[in-house]
Design a protein. Structure first.
Lengths: 215, 260
């Protein structure tokens, strides 16, 4: 398989997929023709560049530890019209609170969430499960073997996260007017990205959606 | 006070920790050094109000009330002169819980801003959602606060005739009628039309019920600000986009940093 062919295969797979594809998945599909991880990333960068250069209305995004095409924000109104405005996820404050507890402390039980929030969360948890933002990930080896909850791939996509490590550390999250708690580590050192070795790559999910259309 | 129509089941979805943080912030208190008698009093006052309204008070609120009173009692006792037990501030546990909870509240704000930043990005197979469920942007506590003010300013008319009980259904229609022909009214405006304590309470419950039914929405521009009640169809849909525009998003337009 020559390089051009390989690029086409990659483009096709990414065009077809409805969930982010990990580099390991792409490598598995390519089998004997698979390049090294580094080459593959270079290839994906090239593909992304190509799209940018011809001003495509979508781009290649690195999200939820994989890659997937995403529409450019400038075109979102058209997508909205197609789906009759039903694309925006709105969550109540209590749902967001519960979700953030799950995101930071997962896997954890309902009781553990309630301990932090100080209220019953069964209803909220139900909504989050329905919305596929939270899933059951197992049972705790404790009395009654309660269910354990964790976040989903959809959660990562909806919140534009490449990985959970992108969330700010809990200790850093202090309301502006509140001085940091004595003893808490200084906010200086950012958490190192997991796969620290990664070369700079395709559009990071962290970058807020640019408002301006790309020329 | 218990009339059938009066028993609105409104989930007090914000818990006791929320109420405590609200009271701390509102009164500009130092979270590390909470004046217990003040906060306990405030807390109990709110509970009393909730009870007066016949709202479902979640058990957690009662547990918290008991906890507060217990801590308060302990602070009043002379410190034990035991040496092995360094005098631990009896509030320490509570402060710890509040701080932890506060951090998660902050985390949820962070998530919310992320959600906002990615709302215009769509993927193949992205889920779609039903009717945008709007949230009670003015918290229940804000509503209660405003309600309490109106209640306080009610002119002490001696005419407390219990006979004329207006059912909540009538008040609901009343509130909707008041809102027809205008996009919103202030919360106060609606309540101040009432002249009796009883009428006030039922109107307040009617408003809560309408919020629950999503017929109206209560919004405010910032915490502790004036509350406006919007008719559902008159709700400025893009409140967050055209009003207080969030931070202008920096435009790291080139998604692709030059490789190596």
């Amino acid at each position: 398989m020559d390089l051009l062919e390989r690029r086409k295969v990659l483009e096709l797979l990414l065009w077809l997929t409805d969930k982010p594809l990990k580099t390991t998945e792409l490598t598995a599909v390519l089998g004997a023709d698979a390049p090294t991880e580094l080459e593959l990333r270079e290839e994906l960068n090239g593909l992304a560049r190509e799209l940018d250069e011809r001003g495509a209305p979508y781009h290649l995004m690195e999200i939820a530890q994989g890659f997937q095409f995403a529409s450019r924000p400038a075109f979102s109104q058209w997508v909205r019209r197609l789906y009759k405005e039903k694309t925006a996820l709105r969550l109540t404050p209590s749902a967001l609170e519960t979700l953030s507890i799950v995101a930071y402390k997962q896997p954890l039980t309902r009781g553990e969430i309630e301990e932090i929030r100080g209220v019953d969360v069964s209803g909220v948890l139900e909504t989050l499960l329905e919305r596929k933002l939270v899933k059951i990930v197992g049972r705790k080896e404790a009395l009654g073997r309660p269910l354990l909850y964790g976040t989903t791939l959809d959660f990562m996509k909806q919140f534009g996260l490449r990985s959970l490590d992108e969330l700010p550390r809990l200790e850093e999250l202090v309301p502006p007017e509140e001085p940091p708690v004595a003893g808490a580590e200084p906010a200086a050192e950012a958490p190192a990205p997991v796969d620290g070795a990664e070369a700079p790559s395709v559009e990071t999910a962290a970058a807020p959606a640019p408002e301006a259309p790309h020329a | 006070m218990t009339t059938a129509g009066n028993n609105v089941k409104l989930d007090v979805f914000e818990g006791p920790l929320d109420l405590l943080l609200y009271l701390i912030k509102k009164n500009d208190l130092n979270i590390h050094d909470i004046p217990l008698s003040q906060i306990t009093n405030d807390f109990l006052q709110y509970l009393g109000l909730l009870k007066d309204l016949n709202l479902n008070i979640a058990g957690e609120f009662l547990v918290m009330a008991a906890t507060l009173m217990q801590i308060k009692a302990r602070t009043l006792l002379p410190a034990p002169s035991r040496e092995d037990e360094e005098t631990v501030d009896p509030r320490a546990d509570l402060v710890h819980r509040l701080l932890e909870y506060q951090r998660f509240k902050e985390a949820s704000r962070h998530l919310e801003s992320r959600l906002h930043a990615t709302k215009d990005i769509h993927f193949r197979g992205s889920p779609t959602f039903g009717e945008t469920d709007y949230t009670m942007d003015a918290s229940l506590f804000d509503l209660l606060d405003a309600f309490r003010d109106v209640l306080k300013n009610l002119r002490p008319r001696v005419r407390e005739i219990e006979s004329e009980d207006v059912p909540i259904e009538v008040k609901i229609k009343d509130v909707l009628a008041f809102l027809s022909g205008r996009p919103y009214a202030t919360f106060r405006e609606i309540l101040e039309r009432e002249t009796t304590r009883r009428g006030l309470i039922i109107t307040f419950l009617a408003i809560l019920e309408l919020i629950r039914l999503k017929e109206i929405a209560a919004r405010q521009s910032e915490a502790f600000a004036e509350i406006r009640v919007y008719r559902r169809d008159a709700l400025p849909e893009n409140l967050e986009t055209d009003g207080a525009a969030p931070e202008p998003e920096p435009a790291p337009a080139a998604p692709l940093p030059e490789g190596e």
